[in-house]
Design a protein around this ligand. Structure first.
Ligand code: ZN
Ligand code: ZN
Length: 136
């Protein structure tokens, strides 16, 4: 991953405006998954609807991927530079039932599931639950 935030936004077809760079820098610094709500709390200088639109834009351009960990709030995490959010790029996620943190298990591939005839796969939500290293 390059460290230049501007270059990374441009590589994803996102125009690097000041507010987008600010949001991206915050996300990158987090180094973990986040919800829109948790980001709002950290970026109080950014207008909420602007922040929401920025996250949607980042998501649409595959700068971040979304995770439904069953906690009720959609979480997001940065995509690797090679990720296009295709089925092959997806990875499992781990939800800690104690600290409520969700992590990307990027070293692991989602097993191929044999689908019945004429079924078409559009997304996979593979979430493991338990206790993380800090909570076990
Ligand atoms: Zn934990
Ligand atoms: Zn992930």
């Amino acid at each position: 991953m390059t460290d230049n935030l501007e270059t990374r936004l441009i590589a994803r077809g996102i125009k690097p405006t000041a507010v987008r760079l600010l949001v991206f820098r915050e996300i990158k610094g987090l180094n973990q998954t986040f919800s829109l709500h948790s980001l709002e709390a950290r970026l109080q200088t950014v207008d909420k609807s602007t922040l929401f639109r920025t996250i949607l834009l980042f998501h649409r351009h595959h700068l971040i991927h979304s995770i439904d960990d069953g906690s009720g709030a959609i979480k997001y995490s940065l995509c690797s530079d090679e990720c296009n959010c295709e089925i092959e790029d997806l990875h499992p996620h781990f939800y800690c039932e104690k600290c409520k943190k969700t992590s990307c298990l990027t070293q692991t591939q989602i097993p191929k599931i044999q689908l019945p005839k004429n079924y078409v796969l559009s997304s996979i939500n593979f979430v493991l639950k338990g206790y993380c290293n800090n909570c076990k």
